[in-house]
Design a protein around this ligand. Structure first.
Ligand code: ADP
Ligand code: MG
Length: 139
């Protein structure tokens, strides 16, 4: 095991329902530390750039419009095996498939409005962190 950083987004459905504190508290309880944080409303262009890997998927337009629809909280989380730990804490993409007590099982509304994003590999974590944060903002 190694200390890693991963990138997380608390998505618009969760910020709208005032769940920011509960979600961050869960990360902290699970041993992940917030090393950078910013609340922001993504532009459509920023959302499209972030999710560019999904641009051929039929839900791409809907996904990007949703991500730009209300503020998000952008987080860099650090801890042992942070990428995998965060994916475990989040649960499956569709809340109907998410394991009990995962963030998506607890809070997600549906497959699109699923409350949290988490990087799926250390390589993508580095790309996603650099998309939103400067190295000097990580503490
Ligand atoms: P994850 O966020 O679990 O890594 P993906 O990378 O496959 O999932 O998809 C990115 C995001 O796109 C999901 O978190 C969800 O918000 C949205 N999404 C995925 N599949 C669908 C779908 N079939 N319909 C609508 N939105 C979807
Ligand atoms: Mg993904």
């Amino acid at each position: 095991m190694a200390v890693q950083q991963t990138f997380s987004i608390i998505k618009p459905d969760a910020t709208e329902r005032n769940l920011v504190g509960k979600i961050i508290a869960r990360f902290e309880e699970e041993g992940l530390r917030v090393v950078a944080i910013r609340k922001t409303q993504l532009s459509l262009r920023e959302a499209e750039g972030f999710y560019a890997v999904h641009r051929e998927r039929k839900f791409f337009g809907e996904l990007c419009a949703y991500m730009a629809s209300s503020p998000c909280v952008l987080l860099v989380l650090e801890g042992e095996d942070a990428v995998l730990r965060n994916r475990e804490i989040m649960g499956a993409t569709d809340p109907a498939d998410a394991a009990p007590n995962t963030l998506r099982a607890l809070y997600a509304l549906d497959k699109g409005r699923n409350s949290v994003h988490g990087s799926d590999s250390p390589e993508n974590a580095a790309i996603e962190i650099a998309y939103f944060f400067r190295g000097t903002e990580l503490h």
